[in-house]
Every structure is written in structure tokens, then in C-alpha cells.
Design a protein around this ligand. Structure first.
Ligand code: FE2
Ligand code: FE2
Length: 173
């Protein structure tokens, strides 16, 4: 992986450097930069949310239902990553991405679901509002959830706005 591309491409508007890269390089970057961390981090976030919910039970700002919601996100995300890795990305790497219109449509639809799930995370945490007496674990959980949101937004933008249009040879309508 090219470190310069890694750094310039992780920002919200940092897609320019990818436009000249082959789709297989974009796929490789997505796998290491986004897919692996998601699989590693989501179970940790769920366990942390469960502990915070238990400790904050009865508190006005307790994020009741957060652990269950994050578990639903984990199931949806892992299913999505598996489809990309088993079906769509192999077609792209093999140079057969032009045959992948339907899988791409399905992935874009699932991205919409992920964004709705992120909005629900914000609703459950009242936009990550912490009480003055929040525990260290509670603060750390919300920081990590904001990082999850930021990275999922970057991940989806790179797929929707750079990788998929490149593979299809033009911007999708
Ligand atoms: Fe992905
Ligand atoms: Fe995706």
C-alpha cells in the first residue's frame, strides 16, 4: 500500500489521489483500512456498550438499547463485507467489474441501511452527549463510536463515489 495515498485518501474530500489508481489497488486499500478494523472493533464496541449500559442504568443519559443496536450493526456489516469480499471484489480484481452492476446496486442499497443505522446510534446516544459525571469507559465508548461513524462514512464514500463508478466506467445515475 502506498502510504502517501493512504494519508491523502482518508479525508472526507481526499478521493482525488485514487482516481488514477487501478481498481484492484482501491480494493486492497479498502480491505486493510476498513474491512479488517470493522471486524476487529465491532465486537469490542458491543461489549463496551453492554458494560456502560449496565453501569449507567437509571441515568437520564443512559444509552438504553445501544448494545443490541450495535449487535444488529455487526450482523449487517459482516454480511455486507462478506458479499463484497466473496462476490463483488473478486469480479473487480479480475477486471470483470462491468458485469457487476447488480451486486453494486445491492451494495449501494445496503450502504443506505448502514447510514440509517449510524443515525440511530446518534439518536440512542443523543448525539454522543455525555453527562458531567460520565465514567472513563462511557467517554471512551462514545469517542470510539464517533470514530466508527467517521470511518464508515469514509469507507462508503470511497466505494460509492470512487470505486464503483471506476468499475462501471462512468458515474452511476
Ligand atoms: Fe466495503
Ligand atoms: Fe460496502
Amino acid at each position: 500500500m502506498d502510504t502517501a495515498i493512504d494519508q491523502t485518501s482518508s479525508g472526507r474530500d481526499g478521493h482525488t489521489a485514487w482516481q488514477s489508481q487501478p481498481p484492484s489497488a482501491i480494493v486492497e486499500f479498502i480491505l486493510t483500512r476498513f474491512h479488517e478494523p470493522l471486524r476487529r472493533d465491532l465486537p469490542v464496541l458491543i461489549a463496551s456498550a453492554r458494560e456502560v449500559e449496565t453501569a449507567a442504568h437509571g441515568h437520564a443519559l443512559c444509552p438504553t438499547g445501544l448494545a443490541v443496536h450495535l449487535e444488529q450493526i455487526r450482523v449487517a456489516v459482516e454480511s455486507h463485507l462478506a458479499k463484497e469480499e466473496k462476490i463483488l471484489f473478486p469480479l473487480i480484481v479480475a477486471g470483470r467489474g462491468a458485469l457487476a452492476l447488480m451486486p453494486i446496486r445491492v451494495m449501494m442499497s445496503e450502504h443506505e441501511d448502514h447510514l440509517e443505522n449510524l443515525a440511530k446510534t446518534r439518536a440512542l446516544t443523543r448525539d454522543f452527549a455525555l453527562p458531567a459525571d460520565a465514567s472513563q469507559a462511557w467517554g471512551e465508548l462514545y469517542r470510539e463510536l464517533q470514530r466508527l461513524e467517521d470511518e464508515l462514512n469514509q469507507h462508503i464514500a470511497l466505494e460509492n463515489n470512487v470505486l464503483f463508478p471506476r468499475v462501471m466506467g462512468s458515474d452511476l445515475p
